[in-house]
Design a protein around this ligand. Structure first.
Ligand code: HEM
Length: 411
Protein backbone atom coordinates (compact mmCIF):
# COMPACT_ATOMS: atom_id res chain seq x y z
CA UNK A 1 0.00 0.00 0.00
CA UNK A 2 1.53 3.38 -0.91
CA UNK A 3 2.21 5.73 1.96
CA UNK A 4 -0.38 8.53 1.91
CA UNK A 5 1.78 10.97 3.86
CA UNK A 6 4.49 11.16 1.22
CA UNK A 7 3.78 13.47 -1.70
CA UNK A 8 5.20 12.53 -5.12
CA UNK A 9 8.89 13.37 -5.35
CA UNK A 10 9.42 13.37 -1.57
CA UNK A 11 13.06 12.45 -0.89
CA UNK A 12 14.45 11.98 2.63
CA UNK A 13 17.93 12.89 1.35
CA UNK A 14 16.95 16.18 -0.25
CA UNK A 15 19.34 18.68 1.42
CA UNK A 16 16.57 21.29 1.38
CA UNK A 17 14.53 19.03 3.66
CA UNK A 18 17.11 18.66 6.46
CA UNK A 19 17.84 22.35 6.02
CA UNK A 20 14.45 22.95 7.65
CA UNK A 21 13.63 19.90 9.78
CA UNK A 22 14.10 16.19 10.44
CA UNK A 23 11.09 14.51 8.79
CA UNK A 24 9.89 12.69 11.92
CA UNK A 25 6.16 12.64 10.95
CA UNK A 26 6.97 11.08 7.57
CA UNK A 27 9.24 8.50 9.25
CA UNK A 28 6.42 7.62 11.68
CA UNK A 29 4.01 7.15 8.79
CA UNK A 30 6.42 4.88 6.90
CA UNK A 31 7.23 2.81 9.99
CA UNK A 32 3.57 1.98 10.45
CA UNK A 33 2.43 1.73 6.81
CA UNK A 34 5.39 0.83 4.61
CA UNK A 35 8.56 0.40 6.68
CA UNK A 36 10.71 -0.46 3.65
CA UNK A 37 9.78 1.81 0.78
CA UNK A 38 11.29 2.62 -2.61
CA UNK A 39 12.05 6.34 -2.93
CA UNK A 40 12.74 7.41 -6.53
CA UNK A 41 15.42 10.02 -7.11
CA UNK A 42 15.92 12.07 -10.21
CA UNK A 43 19.33 12.45 -11.83
CA UNK A 44 22.07 9.87 -12.13
CA UNK A 45 25.80 9.37 -12.48
CA UNK A 46 27.50 6.94 -14.83
CA UNK A 47 28.23 3.64 -13.13
CA UNK A 48 25.18 3.61 -10.87
CA UNK A 49 22.44 1.41 -12.16
CA UNK A 50 19.59 2.65 -10.00
CA UNK A 51 17.82 5.92 -9.56
CA UNK A 52 16.46 5.70 -6.08
CA UNK A 53 16.86 3.84 -2.79
CA UNK A 54 14.91 1.74 -0.33
CA UNK A 55 14.11 3.77 2.80
CA UNK A 56 14.44 1.48 5.84
CA UNK A 57 12.73 3.09 8.82
CA UNK A 58 12.16 0.46 11.55
CA UNK A 59 14.72 -0.17 14.29
CA UNK A 60 14.74 -3.97 13.70
CA UNK A 61 15.29 -3.62 9.95
CA UNK A 62 18.08 -1.03 10.33
CA UNK A 63 19.82 -3.44 12.71
CA UNK A 64 19.29 -6.36 10.34
CA UNK A 65 20.86 -4.58 7.37
CA UNK A 66 23.77 -3.24 9.48
CA UNK A 67 24.63 -6.70 10.82
CA UNK A 68 24.51 -8.50 7.45
CA UNK A 69 27.41 -7.04 5.44
CA UNK A 70 27.40 -10.13 3.21
CA UNK A 71 23.95 -9.07 1.92
CA UNK A 72 24.37 -5.31 2.17
CA UNK A 73 27.72 -3.91 1.12
CA UNK A 74 29.36 -0.67 2.26
CA UNK A 75 31.83 -0.52 -0.58
CA UNK A 76 29.94 1.61 -3.09
CA UNK A 77 29.37 4.67 -0.96
CA UNK A 78 27.80 4.92 2.46
CA UNK A 79 26.26 8.38 2.36
CA UNK A 80 23.14 8.69 0.24
CA UNK A 81 23.85 11.62 -1.98
CA UNK A 82 21.56 12.93 -4.67
CA UNK A 83 23.64 12.21 -7.71
CA UNK A 84 22.62 15.36 -9.50
CA UNK A 85 24.17 17.25 -6.59
CA UNK A 86 27.84 18.02 -7.37
CA UNK A 87 29.29 14.56 -6.86
CA UNK A 88 32.09 13.42 -9.07
CA UNK A 89 33.14 9.92 -9.91
CA UNK A 90 36.71 10.74 -8.80
CA UNK A 91 35.66 11.59 -5.29
CA UNK A 92 33.61 8.40 -5.09
CA UNK A 93 36.74 6.45 -6.05
CA UNK A 94 38.75 8.20 -3.33
CA UNK A 95 36.06 7.39 -0.77
CA UNK A 96 36.71 3.69 -1.29
CA UNK A 97 39.95 4.10 0.67
CA UNK A 98 37.99 5.17 3.73
CA UNK A 99 37.16 2.30 6.10
CA UNK A 100 33.52 3.29 6.32
CA UNK A 101 33.28 2.32 2.66
CA UNK A 102 35.04 -1.06 2.91
CA UNK A 103 33.66 -4.57 3.27
CA UNK A 104 35.14 -7.59 5.06
CA UNK A 105 37.82 -8.93 4.80
CA UNK A 106 39.56 -5.63 3.87
CA UNK A 107 37.52 -3.74 6.46
CA UNK A 108 38.25 -6.35 9.16
CA UNK A 109 42.00 -5.93 8.67
CA UNK A 110 41.93 -2.12 8.88
CA UNK A 111 39.46 -2.12 11.79
CA UNK A 112 41.62 -4.51 13.82
CA UNK A 113 44.58 -2.21 13.38
CA UNK A 114 42.91 1.11 14.15
CA UNK A 115 41.05 -0.32 17.14
CA UNK A 116 44.41 -0.29 18.92
CA UNK A 117 44.14 3.49 19.06
CA UNK A 118 40.64 3.38 20.61
CA UNK A 119 41.07 1.01 23.56
CA UNK A 120 39.35 2.04 26.82
CA UNK A 121 42.85 2.72 28.14
CA UNK A 122 43.79 5.12 25.34
CA UNK A 123 40.49 6.99 25.71
CA UNK A 124 40.89 7.20 29.51
CA UNK A 125 44.38 8.58 28.97
CA UNK A 126 42.83 11.60 27.19
CA UNK A 127 40.24 12.30 29.87
CA UNK A 128 42.15 14.71 32.09
CA UNK A 129 43.41 16.82 29.19
CA UNK A 130 39.97 16.94 27.57
CA UNK A 131 38.36 17.86 30.90
CA UNK A 132 40.72 20.84 31.12
CA UNK A 133 39.95 21.76 27.50
CA UNK A 134 36.20 21.61 28.16
CA UNK A 135 36.66 23.79 31.25
CA UNK A 136 38.73 26.37 29.28
CA UNK A 137 36.22 26.48 26.40
CA UNK A 138 33.36 27.25 28.78
CA UNK A 139 35.46 29.78 30.73
CA UNK A 140 35.94 31.87 27.57
CA UNK A 141 32.20 32.54 27.30
CA UNK A 142 31.42 32.62 31.01
CA UNK A 143 31.62 36.36 31.47
CA UNK A 144 29.98 37.32 28.13
CA UNK A 145 27.42 40.02 28.66
CA UNK A 146 26.33 39.72 25.02
CA UNK A 147 24.57 36.69 23.47
CA UNK A 148 27.01 34.39 21.68
CA UNK A 149 26.90 31.58 19.13
CA UNK A 150 27.10 28.29 20.99
CA UNK A 151 28.20 26.40 17.84
CA UNK A 152 31.35 28.39 17.09
CA UNK A 153 32.20 29.39 20.67
CA UNK A 154 31.57 26.07 22.44
CA UNK A 155 30.50 23.03 20.37
CA UNK A 156 33.14 23.20 17.59
CA UNK A 157 36.26 23.20 19.66
CA UNK A 158 36.27 20.06 21.81
CA UNK A 159 35.70 17.48 19.00
CA UNK A 160 38.63 18.90 17.04
CA UNK A 161 40.84 19.05 20.12
CA UNK A 162 39.91 15.45 20.96
CA UNK A 163 41.00 14.20 17.53
CA UNK A 164 44.17 16.28 17.70
CA UNK A 165 44.99 14.87 21.17
CA UNK A 166 44.24 11.32 20.01
CA UNK A 167 46.57 11.55 17.03
CA UNK A 168 49.12 13.74 18.78
CA UNK A 169 48.96 16.71 16.40
CA UNK A 170 51.33 19.39 17.74
CA UNK A 171 49.71 22.61 19.03
CA UNK A 172 51.40 24.68 16.35
CA UNK A 173 49.66 22.73 13.55
CA UNK A 174 46.18 22.56 15.06
CA UNK A 175 44.76 25.81 13.68
CA UNK A 176 45.67 24.69 10.14
CA UNK A 177 44.14 21.22 10.61
CA UNK A 178 40.99 22.68 12.18
CA UNK A 179 40.59 25.08 9.26
CA UNK A 180 40.92 22.26 6.68
CA UNK A 181 38.51 20.04 8.65
CA UNK A 182 35.87 22.75 8.82
CA UNK A 183 36.19 23.60 5.13
CA UNK A 184 35.96 19.97 4.15
CA UNK A 185 32.61 19.41 5.81
CA UNK A 186 31.05 22.74 4.89
CA UNK A 187 30.47 22.71 1.16
CA UNK A 188 26.93 21.28 1.07
CA UNK A 189 25.64 24.53 2.51
CA UNK A 190 25.99 27.53 0.16
CA UNK A 191 26.05 29.94 3.10
CA UNK A 192 29.55 28.80 4.02
CA UNK A 193 30.72 29.84 0.52
CA UNK A 194 33.12 26.91 0.40
CA UNK A 195 33.27 25.39 -3.08
CA UNK A 196 33.57 21.68 -3.69
CA UNK A 197 37.11 22.32 -4.99
CA UNK A 198 38.11 23.99 -1.72
CA UNK A 199 36.53 21.10 0.21
CA UNK A 200 38.48 18.55 -1.82
CA UNK A 201 41.67 20.59 -1.58
CA UNK A 202 41.30 20.66 2.21
CA UNK A 203 40.79 16.87 2.26
CA UNK A 204 43.98 16.48 0.19
CA UNK A 205 45.89 18.75 2.62
CA UNK A 206 44.79 16.63 5.59
CA UNK A 207 45.81 13.40 3.85
CA UNK A 208 49.18 14.81 2.88
CA UNK A 209 49.80 16.19 6.40
CA UNK A 210 48.95 12.79 7.94
CA UNK A 211 51.13 10.91 5.43
CA UNK A 212 54.09 13.10 6.33
CA UNK A 213 53.42 12.47 10.01
CA UNK A 214 53.29 8.70 9.37
CA UNK A 215 56.60 8.85 7.48
CA UNK A 216 58.29 10.70 10.36
CA UNK A 217 57.01 8.25 13.02
CA UNK A 218 58.16 5.30 10.98
CA UNK A 219 61.67 6.69 10.99
CA UNK A 220 61.48 7.83 14.59
CA UNK A 221 58.70 6.13 16.63
CA UNK A 222 57.18 7.91 19.65
CA UNK A 223 54.71 6.80 22.34
CA UNK A 224 51.61 7.79 20.39
CA UNK A 225 48.81 6.31 18.30
CA UNK A 226 50.51 7.20 15.00
CA UNK A 227 53.55 5.15 15.91
CA UNK A 228 51.30 2.29 17.07
CA UNK A 229 49.41 2.20 13.78
CA UNK A 230 52.24 2.66 11.30
CA UNK A 231 55.25 1.21 13.15
CA UNK A 232 56.30 -1.30 10.50
CA UNK A 233 54.78 -1.50 7.06
CA UNK A 234 53.31 -4.99 6.93
CA UNK A 235 49.89 -6.67 7.05
CA UNK A 236 49.48 -5.79 10.73
CA UNK A 237 49.94 -2.04 10.26
CA UNK A 238 48.64 0.76 8.11
CA UNK A 239 50.70 1.98 5.20
CA UNK A 240 51.11 5.74 4.83
CA UNK A 241 48.22 6.08 2.34
CA UNK A 242 45.89 4.16 4.62
CA UNK A 243 46.94 6.30 7.56
CA UNK A 244 46.28 9.46 5.52
CA UNK A 245 42.74 8.34 4.74
CA UNK A 246 42.20 7.21 8.33
CA UNK A 247 43.00 10.68 9.65
CA UNK A 248 40.76 12.19 6.98
CA UNK A 249 37.97 9.91 8.12
CA UNK A 250 38.45 10.95 11.75
CA UNK A 251 38.34 14.60 10.73
CA UNK A 252 34.95 13.96 9.10
CA UNK A 253 33.45 11.25 11.34
CA UNK A 254 34.53 12.61 14.69
CA UNK A 255 34.12 16.32 14.11
CA UNK A 256 30.77 17.36 12.72
CA UNK A 257 28.90 14.48 14.42
CA UNK A 258 30.04 15.33 17.94
CA UNK A 259 29.69 19.07 17.32
CA UNK A 260 26.05 18.56 16.37
CA UNK A 261 25.36 16.18 19.24
CA UNK A 262 26.64 18.85 21.65
CA UNK A 263 24.65 21.63 19.95
CA UNK A 264 21.40 19.66 19.75
CA UNK A 265 21.95 18.52 23.34
CA UNK A 266 22.23 22.15 24.47
CA UNK A 267 19.13 23.10 22.51
CA UNK A 268 17.22 20.15 23.97
CA UNK A 269 18.18 21.24 27.50
CA UNK A 270 17.24 24.87 26.79
CA UNK A 271 13.83 23.84 25.53
CA UNK A 272 13.31 21.25 28.33
CA UNK A 273 14.26 23.27 31.44
CA UNK A 274 13.19 20.52 33.85
CA UNK A 275 15.70 18.17 32.21
CA UNK A 276 18.40 20.84 32.58
CA UNK A 277 17.59 21.29 36.28
CA UNK A 278 17.69 17.53 36.74
CA UNK A 279 20.99 17.31 34.87
CA UNK A 280 22.60 20.13 36.88
CA UNK A 281 21.49 18.44 40.13
CA UNK A 282 22.15 14.75 39.41
CA UNK A 283 24.39 14.50 36.29
CA UNK A 284 22.89 11.15 35.19
CA UNK A 285 25.43 8.92 33.46
CA UNK A 286 22.74 8.07 30.86
CA UNK A 287 22.69 11.66 29.50
CA UNK A 288 25.09 11.42 26.56
CA UNK A 289 23.32 8.39 25.07
CA UNK A 290 19.95 10.16 25.24
CA UNK A 291 21.44 13.25 23.60
CA UNK A 292 22.71 11.10 20.72
CA UNK A 293 19.34 9.33 20.39
CA UNK A 294 17.46 12.63 20.47
CA UNK A 295 19.81 14.42 18.07
CA UNK A 296 20.78 11.52 15.78
CA UNK A 297 23.44 13.70 14.09
CA UNK A 298 23.89 11.10 11.32
CA UNK A 299 20.36 10.85 9.94
CA UNK A 300 21.21 8.06 7.49
CA UNK A 301 23.87 5.94 5.85
CA UNK A 302 23.44 3.60 2.94
CA UNK A 303 24.33 0.09 1.87
CA UNK A 304 24.04 -1.65 -1.51
CA UNK A 305 22.44 -5.11 -1.92
CA UNK A 306 25.02 -7.72 -2.96
CA UNK A 307 22.32 -10.16 -4.14
CA UNK A 308 18.55 -10.37 -4.54
CA UNK A 309 17.08 -10.51 -1.05
CA UNK A 310 13.98 -9.73 0.99
CA UNK A 311 13.55 -7.03 3.58
CA UNK A 312 10.37 -6.00 5.38
CA UNK A 313 8.29 -7.94 2.84
CA UNK A 314 9.92 -6.17 -0.14
CA UNK A 315 12.07 -7.76 -2.84
CA UNK A 316 15.40 -5.94 -2.97
CA UNK A 317 17.40 -6.50 -6.15
CA UNK A 318 21.16 -6.91 -6.34
CA UNK A 319 22.77 -3.47 -6.82
CA UNK A 320 19.90 -1.49 -5.32
CA UNK A 321 20.71 1.04 -2.62
CA UNK A 322 19.27 0.72 0.87
CA UNK A 323 19.05 3.78 3.15
CA UNK A 324 19.36 3.16 6.89
CA UNK A 325 17.40 5.90 8.64
CA UNK A 326 18.86 5.99 12.14
CA UNK A 327 16.74 9.04 12.97
CA UNK A 328 13.62 7.00 12.33
CA UNK A 329 14.86 3.90 14.19
CA UNK A 330 15.60 6.11 17.20
CA UNK A 331 11.93 7.10 17.39
CA UNK A 332 10.52 3.61 16.84
CA UNK A 333 7.77 3.05 19.47
CA UNK A 334 8.33 -0.72 19.19
CA UNK A 335 11.63 -0.14 20.99
CA UNK A 336 11.35 3.16 22.87
CA UNK A 337 8.67 4.14 25.35
CA UNK A 338 7.66 7.78 24.81
CA UNK A 339 10.16 8.20 21.93
CA UNK A 340 9.15 11.85 21.49
CA UNK A 341 10.28 12.74 25.02
CA UNK A 342 13.79 13.95 25.81
CA UNK A 343 14.62 12.04 29.00
CA UNK A 344 18.23 12.03 30.19
CA UNK A 345 17.49 9.18 32.60
CA UNK A 346 16.30 6.86 29.80
CA UNK A 347 17.67 3.38 30.52
CA UNK A 348 17.97 1.08 28.66
CA UNK A 349 18.52 3.15 25.54
CA UNK A 350 19.35 0.86 22.59
CA UNK A 351 19.49 3.74 20.10
CA UNK A 352 21.19 3.43 16.72
CA UNK A 353 22.75 6.89 16.65
CA UNK A 354 26.20 5.28 16.49
CA UNK A 355 25.08 2.73 13.89
CA UNK A 356 23.11 -0.48 13.77
CA UNK A 357 25.65 -2.67 15.57
CA UNK A 358 27.45 -4.30 12.63
CA UNK A 359 31.14 -4.25 11.72
CA UNK A 360 31.10 -0.48 11.07
CA UNK A 361 29.62 0.43 14.47
CA UNK A 362 31.10 3.81 15.45
CA UNK A 363 34.73 3.38 16.40
CA UNK A 364 34.76 6.68 18.28
CA UNK A 365 31.67 6.09 20.42
CA UNK A 366 33.50 6.07 23.80
CA UNK A 367 35.38 9.20 22.85
CA UNK A 368 32.17 10.95 21.72
CA UNK A 369 30.34 9.99 24.94
CA UNK A 370 33.29 11.25 26.98
CA UNK A 371 33.34 14.58 25.12
CA UNK A 372 29.59 15.09 25.56
CA UNK A 373 29.82 14.28 29.29
CA UNK A 374 32.79 16.60 29.82
CA UNK A 375 31.32 19.60 28.01
CA UNK A 376 27.90 19.40 29.71
CA UNK A 377 29.52 18.94 33.11
CA UNK A 378 31.59 22.06 32.46
CA UNK A 379 28.53 24.02 31.28
CA UNK A 380 26.44 22.90 34.26
CA UNK A 381 29.26 23.96 36.64
CA UNK A 382 29.91 27.36 35.08
CA UNK A 383 26.72 28.38 33.27
CA UNK A 384 23.71 26.79 34.99
CA UNK A 385 21.60 29.81 34.00
CA UNK A 386 22.35 29.57 30.25
CA UNK A 387 19.38 30.77 28.14
CA UNK A 388 18.17 30.40 24.57
CA UNK A 389 18.18 33.66 22.62
CA UNK A 390 17.21 32.51 19.12
CA UNK A 391 16.05 29.29 17.51
CA UNK A 392 18.85 27.30 15.84
CA UNK A 393 19.77 27.96 12.23
CA UNK A 394 20.02 24.60 10.53
CA UNK A 395 22.63 23.22 8.13
CA UNK A 396 21.78 22.28 4.55
CA UNK A 397 22.84 18.64 4.17
CA UNK A 398 21.67 15.36 2.65
CA UNK A 399 22.37 13.26 5.74
CA UNK A 400 23.62 15.33 8.69
CA UNK A 401 21.22 16.76 11.24
CA UNK A 402 23.28 19.89 11.67
CA UNK A 403 23.05 23.31 13.28
CA UNK A 404 25.08 26.27 12.02
CA UNK A 405 24.19 28.75 14.69
CA UNK A 406 22.57 28.66 18.14
CA UNK A 407 22.40 32.03 19.88
CA UNK A 408 22.47 31.72 23.66
CA UNK A 409 23.14 33.96 26.61
CA UNK A 410 25.45 32.99 29.48
CA UNK A 411 22.98 34.02 32.18
C1 HEM B 1 31.23 5.24 12.18
C2 HEM B 1 28.01 8.14 14.36
C3 HEM B 1 31.63 10.29 16.83
C4 HEM B 1 34.84 7.67 14.34
C5 HEM B 1 30.05 5.82 12.58
C6 HEM B 1 28.74 5.46 12.10
C7 HEM B 1 27.84 6.28 12.70
C8 HEM B 1 28.57 7.17 13.58
C9 HEM B 1 26.33 6.32 12.49
C10 HEM B 1 28.43 4.38 11.05
C11 HEM B 1 28.01 3.10 11.68
C12 HEM B 1 27.60 2.05 10.68
O1 HEM B 1 27.72 2.24 9.47
O2 HEM B 1 27.14 1.01 11.15
C13 HEM B 1 28.72 8.97 15.22
C14 HEM B 1 28.12 9.96 16.09
C15 HEM B 1 29.13 10.55 16.79
C16 HEM B 1 30.37 9.95 16.34
C17 HEM B 1 26.62 10.26 16.17
C18 HEM B 1 29.08 11.65 17.80
C19 HEM B 1 28.05 11.88 18.60
C20 HEM B 1 32.81 9.74 16.39
C21 HEM B 1 34.13 10.12 16.87
C22 HEM B 1 35.03 9.41 16.14
C23 HEM B 1 34.28 8.56 15.22
C24 HEM B 1 34.40 11.13 17.98
C25 HEM B 1 36.54 9.41 16.20
C26 HEM B 1 37.28 10.40 16.59
C27 HEM B 1 34.13 6.81 13.55
C28 HEM B 1 34.77 5.88 12.63
C29 HEM B 1 33.72 5.17 12.00
C30 HEM B 1 32.47 5.69 12.55
C31 HEM B 1 36.26 5.71 12.39
C32 HEM B 1 33.85 4.09 10.93
C33 HEM B 1 33.95 2.74 11.56
C34 HEM B 1 34.05 1.64 10.55
O3 HEM B 1 33.79 1.83 9.36
O4 HEM B 1 34.42 0.53 10.98
N1 HEM B 1 29.93 6.86 13.50
N2 HEM B 1 30.07 8.99 15.40
N3 HEM B 1 32.94 8.80 15.40
N4 HEM B 1 32.77 6.67 13.48
FE1 HEM B 1 31.42 7.72 14.54
Amino acid sequence: MPCPALPDGFDFTDPDLLHHRVPLPEFAELRSVEPVRWIPQSGNVAGFQDDGYWAVTRHADVRYVSTHPELFSSSVNTAIIRFNDHIERASIEAQRLIMLNMDPPEHTRVRQIVQRGFTPRSIRALEERLRNRAHDIVETVRGSSEPFDFVTEVACELPLQAIAELIGIPQADRARIFDWSNKMIAYDDPEYAVTEEVGQQSAAEIISYAMTMAGERKKCPAHDIVSTLVAAEDEGNLNSDEFGFFVLMLAVAGNETTRNAITHGMHAFLTHPQQWELYCRERPSTTAEEIVRWATPVVSFQRTATQDTELGGKQIKKGERVGLFYASANHDPEVFERPGEFDVTRDPNPHLGFGGGGPHYCLGKSLAVLEIDLIFNAIADALPGIRLVEDPRRLRSAWINGVKELKVSAS
